[in-house]
Design a binder for this molecule. Structure first.
Ligand code: NAD
Length: 486
């Protein structure tokens, strides 16, 4: 007799192609809540036939969308923004249950996502063609046209804002979008797809294809119908996609990794600098591209500053992301915990001194959740592997510096160049150092201030191209110059 009990079927969540929901031909993705380790269900994944169907749906929908006037497209983006705002709480919960980000932060990001759609509605409504100076008997003009079908590929750390930062400008410009979310956060992107449909966006203009990078992502970027790639993720993945884009000679932009320096001069306002450094690394448990993960403190201040920082780090309240008292939550998955711990233990074997953290937290309340203690390492040189590799987790490396020359040399000694924080009461010095640091964003006496109006992107291996602001619209357009004989 067979006593085997049938496992209850897990719900398979469908994805969006051309306004219809399908479960896909690739192996489904498990949906695991990182705060509890609980399997919540599974999400259908797109195989090559689904990718092809999405590209065809996008190609069919795009010309009519591109033919609309800017203000007409803007009206739809405004409707999407309103829809996001109305469902902000549900969106925030979905993201938090997928990636473990504290709910308060996800709420903030849901609001930002609406703001991003509003901003690009305004951009496209006011975007003008240029009349260029004639050098003969003609009128010459440069106008801007969409590219067609855009592949937007996003990571798991902040899908609410990352998706919006690609979908809003790409749609505003008159393109159709195929969004490929991370394996860890497909439901957040699917929720955005559903809200866009409900807001009245014609089917086919935003398709959402969950799946692995190796299968779904690779099939998407290689599809001949895709005319542009907008990628945010790790530098190694970015390089692989750049090779495909080069072979196909299609435009692509890249928002990649970082190992951003936080610089504290001895004359800094110590309390403000401590808060800025603490949250610069441990907000979102360091799973932020701009995490300030290398801390340089001027020698005279170093002992006092590091001691106070360690005390503040030990006092951080670690807990479930939906608890309003939680300051730092879990990492996005058990694999991320293992990844971070492997790097921390290797650094210790290489001689790094552990000032705090460096282990999973003790306590039954953490159960099978993906928790790791906020960690500070000291005593290594800036060229040590742990100071040069992006960890993308709650690990801060602290290093002393002697003077401005020493500091600039150390801070710039990195393959990355995404962001930098400078803390000093001497405005002229902060300004001078800001100009010398190789980074796409420099903050002075603040950190992680971000605005949709202001371009964002990386120097060196941190990326190519810019998102946000008017510069964030241009990659989704191509210039056409017309001469009219007079
Ligand atoms: P990742 O590179 O592993 O994956 C990013 C996305 O690419 C995922 O959707 C993945 O499925 C897809 N992908 C993987 N291989 C692919 C392939 N061959 N072809 C097409 N798609 C493929 O990155 P991650 O772990 O999801 O995210 C963390 C990284 O993202 C960090 O390096 C972080 O710094 C970076 N990031 C950068 C920014 C920025 O704005 N600069 C913002 C957020 C995150």
């Amino acid at each position: 007799m067979n006593h085997a009990v049938a496992k209850p079927a897990v719900q398979r969540i469908p994805f969006l192609v051309g306004g219809e929901w399908r479960t896909g031909s690739a192996p489904a993705l498990p949906a695991i809540n990182p705060a509890s380790g609980e399997l919540l269900g599974e999400v259908g994944a797109a195989g090559p036939d689904d990718v092809d169907a999405a590209v065809r749906a996008a190609q069919a929908a795009q010309p009519a969308w591109a033919a609309l006037r800017g203000h007409q497209r803007a009206a739809l983006l405004q409707a999407i923004a309103a829809q996001i705002e109305q469902h902000a709480e549900a969106l925030a919960l979905t993201q938090t249950r997928e990636n473990g980000k504290p709910l308060a932060e996800s709420r903030q990001q849901a609001k930002s996502a609406a703001g991003i759609f509003r901003y690009y509605a305004a951009e496209i409504e006011t975007f003008a063609a240029e009349v260029t100076p004639p050098r003969g008997d003609y009128v010459s003009m440069t106008s801007y046209e969409p590219l067609g079908v855009v592949a937007a590929i996003t990571p798991w750390n902040s899908p609410l804002t990352m998706d919006a930062q690609k979908a809003a400008p790409a749609l505003a410009a008159g393109n159709a979008v195929i969004l490929k979310p991370s394996e860890l956060t497909p439901q957040t992107s699917l929720a955005l797809g559903r809200l866009c449909l409900e807001a009245g966006l014609p089917p086919g203009l935003l398709n959402v294809l969950p799946g692995s990078g190796a299968d779904t992502g690779a099939a998407l970027v290689q599809h001949p119908g895709v005319r542009m790639i907008s990628f945010t993720g790790g530098t190694a993945t970015g390089r692989a996609i750049a090779r495909v884009a080069a072979e196909r000679m299609i435009p692509a932009c890249f928002e990649l990794g970082g190992k951003s320096p936080q610089i504290v001069f001895a004359d800094a306002d110590v309390e403000r600098a401590l808060e800025g450094v603490l949250w610069g690394i441990f907000e979102a448990m360091g799973q932020s591209c701009v995490a300030g993960s290398r801390l340089f403190v001027q020698q005279a201040l170093y002992p006092r500053f590091v001691e106070a920082l360690v005390a503040k780090t030990r006092a951080l309240r670690l807990g479930p992301p939906e608890d309003p008292h939680t300051q730092v939550g879990p990492l996005a998955s058990e694999q991320r915990v293992q990844h971070v711990d492997t790097i921390v233990q290797a650094a210790r074997r290489d001689g790094a001194q552990l000032l705090c953290g460096g282990a999973r937290p003790a306590g039954a309340q953490f159960g099978r959740g993906a928790y790791y203690l906020p960690t500070i390492l000291a005593g290594m040189r800036n060229d040590a592997a742990v100071c040069q590799t992006e960890i993308f987790g709650p690990v801060l490396c602290v290093l002393p510096f002697a003077d401005e020359e020493d500091l600039v040399a150390q801070a710039n000694h990195s393959e990355f160049g995404l962001a930098c924080g400078i803390w000093s009461a001497d405005f002229a010095r902060a300004w001078r150092v800001a100009r010398r640091i190789e980074a796409g964003t420099v903050w002075i006496n603040t950190y992680k201030q971000l605005s949709i109006t202001t371009p964002f992107g990386g120097y060196k291996q941190s990326g190519l191209g810019r998102e946000k602001g008017r510069q964030g619209l241009l990659p989704y357009l191509q210039a056409k110059s017309i001469y009219l004989a007079t």
